[in-house]
Design a protein around this ligand. Structure first.
Ligand code: SF4
Ligand code: SF4
Length: 68
């Protein structure tokens, strides 16, 4: 099943990936990573991720890996 893996320690909390997902599968955490940023989290619900890569392309930190 298509999904993404977010490296939470690489994430800088910029939130650019969040609006890229039309399925709203990405949200920001309430927790902080080791660098002190809230990080993006993937919330797969019904296999909606299409592996479109828009979130990964938007990420300036290259913190998102798309898996088909
Ligand atoms: S790859 Fe596409 S569908 Fe999957 S989480 Fe990223 S933006 Fe959403
Ligand atoms: S675009 Fe990248 S750095 Fe910005 S919140 Fe999303 S995963 Fe984190």
């Amino acid at each position: 099943m298509a999904h993404i893996i977010i490296d939470k320690e690489r994430c800088k909390g910029c939130e650019l990936c969040v609006p890229e997902c039309k399925w709203k599968l990405i949200a920001m955490s309430k927790e902080y990573n080791r660098t002190g940023y809230r990080y993006a989290e993937f919330s797969e619900t019904n296999g909606k991720c299409t592996a479109c890569k828009l979130c990964a392309i938007a990420c300036p930190e290259i913190a998102i890996e798309v898996v088909k």
